[in-house]
Write a protein that binds this ligand. Structure first.
Ligand code: G3I
Length: 388
């Protein structure tokens, strides 16, 4: 029996229409899926190309490929890396005349292999520096001459080793208090404010082609920003090279405000320096403290660690909006902002799980605890592309 003949004409038409609709639906679904897939495939590195370099602070587990997924994400998504710890004075120069290069060497090779900009962090910092740097064999503070000479040797040995391979250095880190006064560090106590100038001079001598940066947190605080602007002017007057100020940008849900952040960008660019967002993260947790002084430490309480199981949607939305607002501001200033670096890859390894209260569960990064890109990454990518 001829089936087609047996089917009434209307029914044949209906079947034809249904097949046609199903086909169109399937094709549309494929197109949508393909474009979603292509969008998801776009990396932060690609999306920010031409706007600014997009970096991440890395630890040695990541460099060593202990978790290959993390290592792969770093290589794929970021156009720059900075060591979270291994180039700081204590790890790289633990004793007088003894340097420990293994980790820093590997990190630089890792960046080169991935065609990433490598930045050095940090040459002179009051924190994570061994005691020997400041004392003599009797345990007394060394003279200004000796400290200056130790600084010279340290800076020139480290910068010299990576000459031509590291784009720029955080030469001095966190020399100011939030009220704009000089931090009473050992460097300041022994050498006065000139220790900053010496550091920039020594770094320039070691690699005249390297960019040189001053780096600090809470740069959005007007008094601190003014002090940094004055420092930039003083360094320039003294004939020192300074290319950019690193604004660490460790942020919280409510602070700093967008206005305060923009205010700091205006002041710094008016002072004739470029800006780097060097350590960006936005904590989702309540905090008794809004700085990044690593010495700050408060007691644990459950109220201060409210999202152990999950982040409520309303709070997550607030964080997402804040990330996008801030990123939008960075894009607005892309002519003076050369690099945006996030301070870590995933929520698992962020320093904020232990700061300023130990043992909490924070969610400040672009990748979650399973190394998955958070939905915010696609939003950031879309925003970056709008600015092209
Ligand atoms: O190196 C030792 C290791 O030998 C030891 O086994 C281990 C045991 O806890 O500690 C290791 O040192 C820790 C180091 O991180 C490496 O993991 C230090 O105790 C710990 O204090 C250190 O924390 C770092 C902190 O700076 C202090 O240097 C954080 O990871 C790092 O994210 C943080 O980064 C700073 C920036 O450099 C400057 N701006 C603020 C930012 C956040 O504090």
């Amino acid at each position: 029996m001829n089936i087609s003949k047996a089917i009434p004409c209307d029914l044949k038409k209906t079947n034809y229409m249904r097949v046609k609709i199903e086909l169109i639906t399937a094709v549309t679904a494929m197109v949508v899926l393909t474009s979603v897939h292509t969008m998801a495939q776009k990396t932060l590195r690609e999306a920010t190309k031409g706007e600014f370099v997009f970096g991440v602070a890395v630890n040695m587990q990541q460099v060593n490929g202990i978790n290959p997924v993390e290592t792969d994400q770093i290589a794929k998504e970021f156009s720059a890396i900075v060591p979270e710890n291994c180039m700081k004075p204590q790890p790289i120069h633990p004793e007088e005349n003894r340097y420990y290069w293994d980790e820093a060497d590997k990190l630089v090779v890792f960046g080169e292999k991935n065609k990433q900009v490598v930045t050095g962090h940090c040459l002179i910092w009051h924190s994570q520096i061994s005691k020997w740097f400041f004392i003599d064999s009797h345990g007394k503070d060394v003279s200004p001459e000796i400290l200056k000479e130790r600084m010279r040797q340290h800076i020139q040995t480290v910068v010299g080793r990576y000459k031509g391979r590291i784009r720029g250095w955080d030469v001095v880190n966190e020399a100011f208090e939030d009220n704009g006064s000089f931090r009473n560090s050992k460097f300041y106590q022994i050498l006065g404010k000139d220790f900053i100038k010496y550091a920039f001079q020594f770094a320039y001598e070691a690699d005249p082609d390297a960019e040189l940066y001053y780096n600090d947190y809470n740069v959005e605080t007007p008094a601190k920003c003014d002090a940094i602007v004055k420092l930039v002017k003083d360094l320039k007057t003294a004939g020192c090279r300074i290319d950019a100020v690193g604004s660490q940008s460790h942020m919280q849900l409510n602070s700093p405000t967008l206005d305060a952040t923009e205010g700091s960008f205006k002041k710094l660019s008016d002072a004739g320096v470029h800006i780097l967002i060097t350590e960006w993260d936005i904590s989702i947790l309540p905090s008794p403290y809004d700085g990044a002084n690593i010495a700050a430490n408060f007691n644990y309480s459950k109220e201060m660690d409210p999202y152990r199981d999950a982040v409520p949607d309303s709070v997550q939305q607030k964080w997402n909006k804040r990330m996008l607002d801030m990123f939008g501001l960075f894009l607005k200033y892309k002519d003076v902002i050369d690099r945006v670096t996030v301070w870590g890859l995933t929520d698992n390894t962020t320093w904020l799980n232990n700061f300023p209260i130990r043992g909490r569960k924070d969610y400040p990064m672009l990748f979650d605890r399973n190394n998955k890109r958070k939905p915010i990454v696609d939003e950031i990518i879309k925003l970056a592309e709008k600015y092209k």
